[in-house]
Design a protein around this ligand. Structure first.
Ligand SMILES: [Zn+2]
Length: 515
């Protein structure tokens, strides 16, 4: 193994020793996500003529990785003219697109100084305080878990719509929308689509944490960790910034696992490469994530918090994923696979008869009305539809009755129905009944934002302001562009004597209403 490691270290793709200052030494360092080393090599290269195509390519690629897009375009244009290397055209296209898209973006340095957030002028500025808080908490928590502190500031780019993410990454718009891959860690930065692009937002806060974990893993391992382990670790630890408890597989994922186990249709770890976003549907992607989550869960249950650090360190020294997993789990690879399979079979994953599966609804092409189609039982759908008709006419008492029927048919298990029921109950002044209607389903589907909003409202109405705060703050981690959440939170903070926060929320509320 050691020989293999040394060979990898000394030679880059072209067999040139990376210790000498050469264009390939820059590429070698960038391939390993080591921008600090790449810069060191580049410094010595700069004396060389950048009319030399290979030099211009290396320097241009480095500029792109450091976010100096305009400079990258200039260098890579020279590279394309003066070199036959196919990567020149590839990186030039990327640099051009990225420069065009982000030319007018603004910069924001987070309070702890660890991140540089780039965002388009406009409404995204309103969510910077929340992004700041989430990123800094993520930095504190996850650098400890993985035992790696990246060079800072780390660049984070927020795009107004999926089309921009597609323009600056290898993903296509269709892939983004079918797989629901809405954020990415690539080219030495974190990239995410603004939650404003979706009808109900999305779990942007956990998503940023997830992408940050990818950055840690890529850097610490020298980019040697395969997709399935990358995603498993990122998925399993993405909530660590806000909670120390062991994460549990989401209810909808349980369903997919139960189904795949019964149908013998588990996706193999190998099939998850080169990217989860390339799987054929949001369901296939969700199943793959559930599988890799459970694989890390399986290891973490035995090895605890040493698992992520050990796995990544071992692969950084040149061990393969199978060797590293064997070492950490104490099982041979085939024993590990078999034990993992019996572990998932023993988890008692439950199928859902009328299970709700989260879909990303994109603004401009999906509407709130489409949610109704997600209710699979005809009767549930019909009562809900009736309730909606009454709600539009402000007949909330009658609407509540219809929603209650839908709730009965769906056994109180649909977040869509329970949120509508909760809303109607609040409209007729019954906050404690609304709480009862929503609490249980909200613990199963915490990322269904309307449940957080209405529960926040219900608790605020009954004077339980700390509980209201908890739900509304969670609501912001999902849909920070919902003006109502901010309006309510302003009142709740005021009641709790948090005057500064109340003032901030009032301001955001006002601004959002103007949009
Ligand atoms: Zn990921």
């Amino acid at each position: 193994m050691r020989n293999c490691f040394i060979a990898l270290c000394l030679f880059s793709l072209w067999g040139t020793p990376v210790h000498a200052a050469s264009p390939s030494s820059v590429h070698g360092a960038l391939d390993a996500w080591d921008v600090v080393a790449a810069k060191r090599h580049a410094k010595r290269l700069k004396a060389a003529d950048d009319a030399n195509g290979a030099v211009a390519l290396a320097l241009g690629r480095l500029a792109l990785m450091e976010g100096r897009y305009q400079e990258a375009v200039t260098l890579l244009t020279k590279a394309k003219v003066n070199s036959k290397d196919a990567r020149a055209a590839h990186y030039l296209g990327l640099a051009r697109n990225t420069w065009t898209e982000t030319e007018k973006y603004r910069d924001y340095r987070t309070s702890g100084g660890h991140f540089l957030v780039r965002y388009p002028p406009g409404p995204e500025a309103l969510i910077l305080p929340y992004v700041d808080d989430v990123l800094e908490r993520t930095f504190d928590a996850l650098t400890k878990v993985f035992g790696h502190t990246p060079p800072t500031p780390i660049r984070v780019e927020i795009y107004p719509e999926p089309e921009v993410l597609a323009a600056v990454s290898p993903l296509t718009v269709t892939e983004i929308k079918t797989s629901g891959t809405i954020a990415l860690c690539k080219y030495n930065r974190l990239m995410a689509v603004s939650p404003r692009a979706l009808v109900y937002g999305y779990g942007w806060a956990d998503t940023l944490a997830h992408e940050f974990i990818h950055l840690l893993i890529s850097q610490k391992s020298g980019n040697r960790v395969p997709i399935w382990l990358h995603e498993g670790l990122a998925r399993y630890y993405q909530e660590r910034w806000r909670s120390d408890t062991q994460p549990k597989l989401a209810r909808a994922s349980e369903h997919l696992m139960a189904q795949a186990i019964a149908d013998k249709e588990l996706i193999s770890f190998e099939a998850m490469s080169p990217s989860m976003a390339k799987l054929p549907s949001q369901d296939a992607t969700a199943l793959a994530f559930a599988e890799v989550f459970s694989a890390i869960e399986f290891m973490a249950k035995k090895g605890g918090d040493d698992v992520p650090r050990q796995l990544v360190t071992l692969m950084g020294t040149g061990l393969s994923d199978r060797e590293a997993v064997s070492k950490v789990s104490g099982l041979s690879w085939s024993r590990f696979e078999a034990s993992w399979k019996s572990f998932i079979r023993s988890q008692g994953y439950r199928l859902q008869r009328d299970g709700y599966r989260e879909r990303m609804l994109f603004r401009g092409e999906n509407s709130e009305g489409e949610e109704l189609a997600l209710l699979k039982e005809r009767e549930t759908r019909q009562y809900t539809w009736l309730g909606d008709q009454l709600r539009v006419k402000q007949r909330h008492r009658a609407a509540a009755k219809e929603y209650a029927k839908a709730s009965k048919v769906s056994k109180g298990a649909s977040p869509i129905v329970q949120a509508k029921l909760g809303y109607a109950l609040l409209a007729i002044g019954k906050p404690s009944e609304a709480q009862k209607a929503m609490e249980k389903v909200a613990s199963v589907y915490p990322s269904y934002v309307l449940l957080q909003l209405y529960l926040g409202r219900a608790y605020a109405m009954s004077g339980a302001f700390e509980l209201a705060r908890k739900h509304l703050e969670y609501g912001i981690y999902l849909n920070p562009f919902d003006p109502e959440i901010h309006g309510l939170l302003a009142q709740v903070y005021q009641e709790l004597g948090e005057n500064k926060l109340a003032e901030r929320e009032r301001k955001v509320h006002k601004e959002l209403q103007r949009l």
